[in-house]
Design a protein around this ligand. Structure first.
Ligand code: KG4
Ligand code: ZN
Length: 336
């Protein structure tokens, strides 16, 4: 079946549009909103306004890059959730109006499912069933992926997401937002064994990342009282040690899930899957536990519409469309 789909992503602070033709990504345009940097985090109201400004230029650019006209489209897809309500509303309303105007079907996409299906944009692709450690600014989950559209969350964070833990740790060290990538960069020249931060083990496959913030706050207060320049003088070692604790926490449950399910196909997805320490650790564990591991290309780790497009492609093939009354679902669960 010939399919040309326009996909829109607007769940947080990236406005993105992609075009997919017969399962191949032909355009993936991302406008990252710089406005949040000076506030040290995403301001929902500003995110919605920036999406409103960016959406038409981003869609036009995507159609232009893919070298198609809107009359050639067979469907329009959008992120229905999870995410910020006002931000989701922009993409959802735009997609509904566009589809209605063109008289073509609408496809809703779950953002977390899309992070996982980003593995099917390029080769090598995981074989089903596989386990995916989905790590972003809003989520931390171990997902059993049975098929493209059949997924089961085995465990998840009970409080902060690991991306949030990266960003909040970086903030406590005085790094600007978004701190995760900067903490990663600093960690690359640091000694991960210099300081020790807690690894919290929760029941089952669940996680908790809220405690590490308190541990870091206490660590910062204690050491800067004795030595005011302590952070600046030891930043790479502190970053490397925090990163190690976060990665070890993630890996402990992933190893248990792999052992208990007997699955050796392992992927990572979401913004934190761009972390160099996590990527290296997954590869080290692959050797140790004989896993086949899958790391998304950097451009498909953080938020992008290409992942929405590939998910929409599988939904289109399965005939799973959405009616025109669909509204955003900020707490949308991964669909079964
Ligand atoms: O998936 P994503 O782009 O947006 C959400 O759906 O939340 O993930 C964003 C998160 C942020 O917390 C950001 O700091 C984190 O991913 N992140 C990283 C790195 N790159 C992005 N965290 C650690 N190391 C990185 N290299
Ligand atoms: Zn995301």
């Amino acid at each position: 079946m010939n399919s040309i789909i326009l996909a829109i992503e607007s769940s947080c602070d990236d406005t993105s549009a992609a075009v997919i033709i017969d399962g191949k990504i032909r355009a993936n345009i991302v406008a990252t909103q710089a406005i949040h940097e000076k506030y040290g985090g995403v301001v929902p109201e500003l995110a919605s306004r920036a999406h409103e400004q960016n959406i038409i230029p981003v869609v036009s650019q995507a159609l232009h890059t893919a070298n198609i006209t809107k009359s050639e489209l067979n469907a329009v897809a959008f992120t229905r959730g999870p995410g910020l309500l006002g931000a989701l509303l922009v993409g959802c309303s735009f997609a509904k109006s566009f589809a209605l105007g063109l008289g073509i079907p609408l496809i809703e996409v779950n953002h977390m499912q899309a992070h996982i299906l980003a593995h099917f944009i390029d080769d090598p692709k995981p074989k089903f069933p596989f386990l995916c450690l989905t790590v972003s600014g809003g989520h931390t989950q171990i997902v059993l992926v049975k098929n493209y559209l059949e997924m089961q969350v085995l465990g998840q964070t009970t409080d902060d997401a690991v991306g949030e833990a990266f960003d909040k740790s970086a903030k406590l060290l005085g790094l600007p937002y978004p701190g995760g990538p900067l903490l990663d960069k600093m960690a690359q020249t640091g000694n991960p064994d210099k300081y020790s931060f807690p690894i919290v083990i929760m029941p089952g496959y669940d996680y908790s990342f809220s405690g590490i913030k308190t541990a870091i706050l206490n660590f910062v207060n204690k050491n800067t009282q004795a030595q005011p320049n302590f952070i600046a003088e030891n930043l790479p070692d502190i970053c490397a040690s925090i990163q190690k604790a976060l990665i070890q926490t993630l890996m402990k449950k992933l190893v248990s899930a792999a052992q208990e399910t007997g699955i050796k196909e392992i992927g990572i997805a979401g913004g934190v899957s761009a972390n160099s320490g996590l990527r290296q650790t997954i590869q080290d564990y692959a050797e140790k536990y004989h896993w086949n591991t899958y790391l998304p290309a950097f451009e498909y780790c953080t938020d992008n519409a290409a992942m929405i497009a590939i998910t929409a492609h599988y939904k289109y093939m399965a005939g799973r469309f959405t009616n025109q009354y669909a509204s955003p679902d900020p707490r949308m669960k991964i669909a079964l």
